[in-house]
Design a protein around this ligand. Structure first.
Ligand code: HEC
Length: 184
């Protein structure tokens, strides 16, 4: 009996330790709502989803990261529960006359980090979204200022409304581009 008990305790401890090592720093069991995910501290060590996205229209450059769980997804699949993506939004630098500066590579030049957006999905997340028509599967949204800590004033219904039409791409813009680039 004693041996069985200590075996169980060891198993529980090992499970807890392994669980800790693999789990992203956001709660997986609790249901998470918009604005509740924080910017993961280690996201810069994650795989790149896409780099140097040129948004001349909004005068921005964007960098997207995806956690290893999300990165294990195969093209055509939805991203699994536990997926988190982080998007850095940089201001593109402008000349004094307001035109966008270009680097020697012809690309926009990154200026200040304006905001950091986070998307994550888990079981039952985003369940109580209002209005319910704006539910984006199990994804929830959060937006921070460039310091990664101060909440941005964005209204989360705008995030949901813009990402909503991408139902067959699991609500992820540039889904195809990501898998095509990754395959190379
Ligand atoms: C007007 C449309 C629009 C709105 C509103 C919008 N997004 Fe997005 N989002 C995009 C596009 C387009 C991309 C792909 C990157 C790009 O082209 O800039 C994207 C990408 C992302 C990504 C990277 C993962 C992915 O889906 O590719 C995150 C994270 C994200 N958005 C979070 C947010 C959050 C949080 C909000 C609300 C505060 C928001 N978005 C509002 C259009 C939008």
């Amino acid at each position: 009996m004693k041996r069985i008990t200590s075996g169980i305790i060891t198993a529980v401890l090992v499970t807890a330790l392994v669980g800790c090592a693999q789990r992203p720093p956001t709660p997986q069991v609790e249901k998470v709502a918009d604005g509740e995910l924080s910017v993961p501290v280690n996201y810069k060590s994650w795989p790149k989803f896409l780099s140097d996205i040129q948004r001349t229209d909004t005068k921005q450059v964007r960098e997207i990261y995806i956690n290893p769980i999300g990165h294990s997804t195969k093209m055509g699949e939805d991203f699994p529960h536990g997926t988190i993506t982080v998007m850095e939004i940089y201001k593109a630098r402008e000349a004094a006359d307001g035109t966008l500066l270009k680097g020697p590579d012809g690309k926009l030049v990154k200026g200040e980090l304006l905001k950091i957006g986070v998307m994550g999905k888990g079981p039952g997340w985003g369940e109580n979204v209002t209005p319910p028509e704006l539910k984006n599967g199990d994804w929830v949204y959060a937006m921070y200022m460039g310091d990664g800590k101060t909440k941005a004033p964005d209204d989360y219904t705008t995030c949901r409304a813009c990402h909503l039409p991408l139902t067959d791409k699991d609500y992820i813009f540039r889904y195809d581009e990501y898998f095509q680039k990754r395959a190379k």
